[in-house]
Design a protein around this ligand. Structure first.
Ligand SMILES: Cc1cc2nc3c(=O)[nH]c(=O)nc-3n(C[C@H](O)[C@H](O)[C@H](O)COP(=O)(O)OP(=O)(O)OC[C@H]3O[C@@H](n4cnc5c(N)ncnc54)[C@H](O)[C@@H]3O)c2cc1C
Length: 314
């Protein structure tokens, strides 16, 4: 590794790459070091739709989400970014007030009684950015490299020993051992990627338990979910879970029945009561920033966190 970097960002998931772009585009000579390339991260597995999930949904998190909505919506006009504005419904088993984050969206409303599917108590219709993560991560890596950055695949064992005045820790689940921070808990998620049979709207039936049902359409594929197993580390897809997801999604969206399976993926959401975005003074003019623990909302919160960090450094 060269000694000249102004900043070293550790991690090449959505949080690390977005942070690295924000620093490189602000003029800092920035390097990314990561144990795994973007295509082997949790970020690659995500659905992914804008909206905080399995994280705090208040205070600074809401502000990060608002910035995320603004940036992702802007990128929806860029063909290389693989983001589209998609409409759909989120249904609920119990009647409850709309979550605070819903009010940030310009296009949202409660479902009329006639629109609520059988077996549900209510829900909302809204439009939000849907991100095709494999292509979006490639876009982020390319944008970072065009800003002069470089990515090296190499594990880091000691953050403070890295040779740069600014070090940023974007290691997701890795932070549990690296910091160490036992507050970061894995919440395992399995998705099934199928060929898109013509679905144009998303469907979400979230739950507080380990099983939920969702379908996020991209151009060629639909990402179907889902699961949320707290404390589970196993990255091997479970066939029973695959069948359960296919069955439940086909009940919710009959068009999905018999859709061709393209991939089954598993990722570990780096869950924490709230994402950790804060600086540690290392002395001698050196600073270590932490930016990890975004739970089920790393795509949603990544730009808000990266921009706040870049602003603080300036
Ligand atoms: C099934 C599923 C669905 C999801 N759906 C959504 C959604 O719809 N919307 C949304 O906003 N979010 C969603 N998420 C959550 C989102 O994917 C995560 O919050 C996000 O990917 C976390 O990004 P990250 O960059 O922090 O971590 P990761 O993507 O895991 O990247 C971590 C990086 O750090 C590196 N690293 C770790 N330890 C070290 C080390 N010691 N040395 C060097 N490098 C290290 C890794 O190699 C990797 O490059 C979903 C997640 C899952 C699993």
């Amino acid at each position: 590794m060269t000694q000249q970097a102004d900043a070293i960002v550790v991690g090449a998931g959505v949080v690390g790459l977005t942070t690295a772009i924000s620093l490189a585009e602000a003029g800092l000579a920035t390097r990314v070091l990561a144990a795994d390339p973007p295509e082997r991260t949790t970020s690659y597995v995500a659905g992914a739709v804008w909206g905080p999930s399995r994280t705090s949904a208040a205070g600074r998190t809401l502000e990060w989400a608002r910035v995320g909505l603004e940036v992702l919506s802007g990128l929806a006009g860029d063909p290389g970014a693989a983001i589209r504005q998609v409409s759909g419904i989120m249904v609920e088993h119990v009647t409850r007030p709309a979550p605070d984050w819903l009010a940030i969206l310009p296009d949202q409303r409660p479902l009329t009684r006639a629109e609520v599917p059988a077996g549900f108590a209510g829900g909302w219709r809204y439009t939000a950015p849907v991100v095709a993560m494999p292509a979006y991560l490639a876009y982020l890596a390319g944008r970072f490299q065009r800003a002069g950055g470089s990515i090296t695949i190499e594990p880091v064992t000691a953050l403070r020993a890295l040779p740069a005045p600014l070090i940023v820790n974007c290691t997701g689940m890795g932070a549990r051992d690296l910091v160490p921070d036992p507050q970061v808990i894995p919440v395992r998620g399995q998705v099934v990627v199928v060929a898109n049979p013509g679905l144009t709207e998303f469907y979400r039936a979230p739950s507080d338990g380990p099983e939920s049902v969702y379908a996020y359409p991209h151009e060629d594929v639909v990402v179907l979910g889902g699961t949320a197993d707290e404390g589970a580390w196993d990255l091997t897809p479970n066939d029973h879970v695959t069948q359960r997801i296919l069955r439940d999604c086909a009940i919710a969206c009959p068009r999905l029945a018999g859709a061709r399976i393209i991939a089954v993926r598993v990722g570990l959401r780096p869950c924490r009561a709230e994402a950790r975005l804060e600086a540690e003074d290392l002395g001698g003019g050196r600073v270590l920033w932490h930016n990890y623990g975004h739970g089920g909302a790393g795509v949603t919160l990544s730009w808000g966190c990266a921009r706040e960090l870049a602003r603080a450094i300036r």
